[in-house]
Design a protein around this ligand. Sequence first.
Ligand code: PNS
Length: 160
Amino acid sequence: MGVFVYPGSFDPVTRGHMDIIDRAAVLCDKLIVAVLTNRSKTPAFSMAERLDLLRTAIGDRPNVEIRSFDGLLVHFMENEGAKTIVKGLRAVSDFEYEMQMALINKHLDPTIETLFMMADAKYSFLSSSAVRELARHGGQVDDFVPAGTASVILAKYDRS
Ligand code: PNS
């Protein structure tokens, strides 16, 4: 229980993210979806756009909050009084990077745990970058992004 944080770029949010959000939210008192202000790689969607898409997707789920953060995740966690990081794993290819992050975060703050959830098999191939690629080339994204967000995502690429 307690406060869980689900961090990511959410550039943009996908149905895979929503699956993890729904499954994690029932395991905690409060789930904070934490959107990284990404300084090293320029996101396709601005912070305001990514937050808006998440608001549309998450709607009125009572124990889910959306925040942005900058800097280290463990510092954000400490400020929020959160002890658990939630991450989704799609395939073995996600494992190495996620293990490195989990171990670095554990080193930085040994009181913080990372909880991994296996992505639903029907989303195991899905990524924000695949959604961007589809949208850029006028492909259908409806099946991959939350209800109400497809038109905004396509509009970004003048494909609405
Ligand atoms: O959706 P993403 O891009 O895979 O999310 C990556 C994220 C935001 C979880 C990760 O980059 C992160 O936690 N960044 C914050 C900086 C940090 O704390 N890094 C860990 C120590 S190097």
